[in-house]
Design a protein around this ligand. Structure first.
Ligand code: PGA
Length: 260
């Protein structure tokens, strides 16, 4: 097995006020500090709080310099302009956001995101040196109809339209079957591994075998401290995008510990 990058990213969704967020980060810092470096050393930890908490968290992280990186949950595809309610990549960069989740299934479902808007956002993130965590994943209906691979392929090709092999060096994909998100029902690790292998095959034909082999691909959907090790043991899976279980310092720290 190749020496793979290991990434645990927390997606806080629409939870935590700025004050609660700072408290959670400080608790998490304490727990990570107490963790042997052998546990943490090889794991990249990313948190993606709501926009309103980014500034306060940035201040804490900047002061304490813990091994936690900051990401956002979405952004718009223009640098600035008359786009009421939107947040630009320039604003995220200003707060040292190194990552941004793009095209989460909840954004696709509730906010009309399409592969086309995902692609626009991904391109602009890359232009500003922000690593996109581009999400893909099938619905239960698609899975039952045997359409998973075809659907995921469409999402990957649509989302990466116009990108170069070089762009893909600064890119993360999250495979999150919709039916496993927030339901407590995970994909079987070997099934997730199969879909992720398929994503790598799509990337190999679209870009190169180098890109396919090196790009970190995370699994997401009801990951917790009890199941993370099984996902990490699969050769194609680089880590996890964690929702519910990232909202509490103990459970997120245990996921990081067990991901080793
Ligand atoms: P979950 O969410 O861990 O609560 O299932 C994952 C996600 O939506 O990224």
């Amino acid at each position: 097995m190749r020496d793979k990058r290991r990434i645990i990213a927390g997606n806080w969704k629409m939870y935590k006020t700025a004050k609660e967020a700072v408290y959670l980060v400080q608790e998490l810092e304490d727990k990570l500090e107490g963790m042997a470096t052998s546990h943490l050393g090889a794991i990249e930890v990313i948190i993606c709080p709501p926009f309103t908490a980014l500034k306060s968290i940035y201040t804490v992280l900047w002061q304490d310099k813990p091994p936690i990186k900051l990401g956002a949950q979405d952004m718009f595809w223009e640098d600035e302009g008359a786009y009421t309610g939107e947040v630009s990549p320039v604003m995220l960069r200003d707060l040292e956001c190194e990552f941004v989740i793009i095209g989460h299934s909840e954004r696709r479902q509730y906010f009309c995101e399409t592969d086309e808007t995902v692609n626009k956002k991904v391109k602009v993130a890359l232009k500003h040196g922000i690593t996109p965590i581009m999400c893909c994943g099938e619905s239960l209906k698609q899975r039952e109809a045997g359409e998973t691979e075809e659907f995921i392929q469409t999402q990957i090709i649509g989302g990466t339209e116009g990108l170069t092999e070089r762009d893909m060096k600064n890119f993360i994909i999250a495979y999150e079957p919709i039916w496993a998100i927030g339901t407590g029902k995970t994909a079987l690790p070997e099934d997730a591994n199969d879909v992720i292998r398929h994503i790598r095959a799509v990337l190999a034909s679209r870009f190169s075998t180098d890109v396919a082999g090196e790009i970190p691909i995370l699994y997401g959907g009801s990951v917790n401290a009890g199941n993370i090790a099984d996902f990490m043991a699969e050769p194609e899976i680089n880590g996890a995008l964690v929702g519910g279980a990232s909202l509490e310092a103990d459970s997120f720290a245990n996921i990081i510990r067990n991901a080793r």
